[in-house]
Write a protein that binds this ligand. Structure first.
Ligand SMILES: [Mg+2]
Length: 437
């Protein structure tokens, strides 16, 4: 039995079935072996695993959002596309089964998939709910398996134990591994080596390379670069002079130089984010308490944005001088990590927990049932558009603040809390991780 590294932001878990020998060590190697695993139509895959009667049928998830969030390959073959409105699917493809999303199951299956990858290395970076990178460099010798066969074994175990189909790519860098996992979907296995790299990259349009957005695609097209191979073949000096650092890194990775490390501490799926603060003396100052809540919402939203997550519920609490808790939970009709919207809700429901005759010693805010931001995209109702505008603005501010290394902007509603100089303790906890419930 082996414990996972303890610097991860969740409790260490014990893995019962462990295929690596505890004393085995990876062999030192110059070139890296990076694996990228990606679930095939993952949400639908989980639905089929839960209810095998759905296998082979055209199935779509997203009923609760009014749009297709994932489609089975059978539904795709009919012509259903991501984001297609449910009413249109019903009208044009009445044979399609439309299911509501079951995010709790998706998160649980996600955790189990990543645990299977962790049987082969601790260096696993959870990139999204159904994707991870893993550094398997040097594990071929002790496991007596080629890198390709390690990928094959992972794919087989996920299929056998979870009934989930995944595609896996193996390559010397993250960018190449991501290209590789897409080459043969679904249930694909591909390896890109330094030698075979250009044959593959010639077939990959530049806009399909991880990290190349629409804006850069236009710029690259103007310079006559149409494929990943065209870009990789450019001299370093030219790339260095024409593009910013991230694109230079992509160029290096396309040329098999690993410059994007695997970060095992990155986690994308949290059950909840909580911010609390206790203070003294206890107070019944409504304005102050609300400003504390506002600050917690701002901070927890910043954290949620960092991990590209949105909550489905928010709860507020006040703790009295006598240590009793008054809590109110608000389900969100439109998931968002934009603080303006959540603060407005908190102000609306504050009277549910506040009594002006009581003295309070602590406030807290929890964002619950966090989902990847991508799960909340697609529906185009007014509220969502408004929330998305705020989200985009905050992502922009977050980038600026990261460069400056400090918080630059606060909402006015938070100001009273920041001005409060009295003693107190902030605390910032993650609840138990849903992955390991
Ligand atoms: Mg996927």
């Amino acid at each position: 039995m082996l414990r996972l590294r303890t610097n991860l932001p969740y409790a260490p878990v014990e893995i019962q079935t462990y295929t690596r020998s505890v004393i085995a060590q990876p062999y030192a190697r110059k070139e890296k072996a990076i694996l990228h695993m990606d679930g095939d139509a993952f949400f639908v895959g989980v639905e089929v695993a839960k209810n095998p009667k759905l296998r082979g049928l055209p199935v779509v998830t997203g009923e609760e959002r009014g749009i297709a969030t994932a489609m089975s390959y059978e539904a795709k073959a009919l012509g259903v596309t991501r984001g297609m409105p449910v009413f249109q699917i019903k009208r044009e493809f009445p044979q399609v089964r439309i299911l509501p999303g079951d995010y709790k199951s998706y998160v649980q299956y996600s955790g189990k998939m990543f645990d299977i990858v962790r049987r082969y290395t601790d260096d696993v970076e959870e990139y999204s709910i159904d994707e991870c990178f893993a550094d398997i460099t040097g594990w071929d010798k002790p496991l007596k398996l080629s890198y390709f066969d390690i990928a094959k074994k992972i794919q087989k175990e996920i299929q056998k134990e979870l009934d989930i189909s995944v595609s896996i790519g193996v390559a010397p860098t993250k960018v190449l591994a991501k290209v590789a996992s897409k080459l043969k979907k679904p249930h694909g296995l591909s390896e890109i080596t330094s030698e075979s790299r250009l044959d593959f990259l010639r077939e990959v349009p530049i806009e399909k390379v991880w990290g190349i957005g629409p804006h850069t695609t236009v710029k690259l097209h103007k310079k006559g670069i149409k494929t990943a191979a065209d870009f990789a073949a450019k001299p370093h000096a030219w790339v260095h002079d024409s593009f910013t650092k991230p694109y230079e890194m992509i160029w290096r990775e396309l040329n098999t130089e690993s410059v994007m490390p695997i970060d095992p501490s990155l986690k994308t799926v949290y059950a909840s984010i909580q911010k609390t603060r206790s203070f003294h003396p206890a107070t019944s100052d409504k304005r102050f308490l609300l400003s504390q809540i506002s600050k917690h919402i701002e901070n927890s939203c910043a954290k949620a944005r960092h991990y590209a997550l949105i909550p489905r519920k928010i709860s507020l609490y006040l703790k009295t001088k006598q240590f009793t808790y008054h809590r109110h939970t608000i389900p969100l009709t439109h998931s968002t990590n934009a603080p303006e919207i959540l603060i407005a809700l908190a102000e609306k429901y504050f009277s549910e927990i506040f009594d002006s005759k009581m003295l309070y010693r602590a406030t807290g805010v929890t964002l619950h049932e966090l989902l990847p931001e991508s799960a909340g995209q697609g529906d185009l109702f007014g509220e969502t558009i408004r929330a998305r505008k705020f989200q985009a603005l905050h992502h922009h501010l977050d980038t600026l603040e990261q460069k400056q290394g400090k918080r630059m902007v606060h909402l006015a509603s938070t100001q009273a809390a920041l001005n409060h100089k009295a003693g107190g303790t902030d605390s910032d906890d993650l609840d138990r991780n849903l992955l390991f419930l």
